[in-house]
Ligand binder design. Sequence first.
Ligand SMILES: *Cc1c(COP(=O)(O)O)cnc(C)c1O
Length: 387
Amino acid sequence: MSPAASIAQPANASAHVPRYHTAGGRAFNFNAGPSILPEEVIRTFQEDMWNFRGSGLGILEHSHRDKWFDELLFETIDLVRKVGSIPKNYHVLFMTGGSSSQNFIVPYNLLPKGRTADYIDTDFWSSRSIDDARQFGVPVHVAFTGKSEKYTRVPAPSEITFSDNPAYVHFTSNNTIYGTQFRSEPTPPSNGAYLVCDACSDIFSRPIDFTKYGLVYASVQKNLGITGATLVVVRDDLVQNSNADVPRMLQYRTMVKEESRPNTPPHFAIYSASVMMRWILAQGGLPAIEKRNHEKAGVIYAALDASGGFYRPHAEKNSRSVMNITFRLANEDLETRFLNDASSAGLMGMKGHRATGGCRVSIYNAFPIEGCRALAEFMGDFARKNG
Ligand SMILES: *Cc1c(COP(=O)(O)O)cnc(C)c1O
């Protein structure tokens, strides 16, 4: 055996040809994150892993301080700014630790001593943000919780009760696990409180007005590329006034000063975001992406609604997410059969989160409408056979 062969992946013995496949001959990927990448983006990764921009080295092997990476980093930041129309007084940072670590990094940096922070609880992830903030010692005020209703919807503005003088209002724009989504952002009380948004699973799925936010964070692995980095967009005055007694590696101030590389950054994840940003621009930018996402989700919700109760959507209609669609079938056995049959038909990754069970269909920006049509057809066939 040659040395190259000895480290190759084991061959897949199955010769099964699935009913559905993408234009590139792969399965449709409904995973919630890490998740689908556009096929042309993966092809670009392949080339750049071998020889990045004629440098003679692959991107994975470049130093994070050489001129190629310098160029790439600033280009990526410019591309993120361009895609998101991010105003000049906001910083674009790449951090590590995932969206999850922002649960304590945000209050550590931004919450002045003695101030309260308000949280809107609409999902597993927002309730995790609350738990982590409390554990960190943050005086948390829960301004709304959908827990007793099993997180089937997001609140109307009149249902949100803010505390007297919160420093910020935290909310999760898209609820990845229960499949609900805010149509527009909540309005914080008008005493200087700003919005902090966990936009992990719907960032750049639609236009976003950053001027309404103090800070927005999103792990790269859902709509922006691969896992390993977290995009943080933060207003400059908040960084200027941030707490000083924060360990260097966790300070937004350090990240600004050191251009997101106070140590070795997750450079392939940052690179992946640059390719994804080019892809988004080639699709026509966020207005075009938003339109496509509504069409895609519409195809699947129509199939759910036409099933006469065979599929049972979790979210209330006016809170439905266009990124993550969740539903159940009559019982767990039927769900298991549905997921297995779908998987062998080439529709992969629809098992619900362990917190909810059931099925979850994630159709991030990269997911093609052909896959939504394939799923709708499959759902109809499966319901007829098993209804
Ligand atoms: C996936 C997700 C997270 C967790 O992201 P990590 O990168 O794994 O920390 C947090 N919030 C939301 C809304 C998510 O979808």
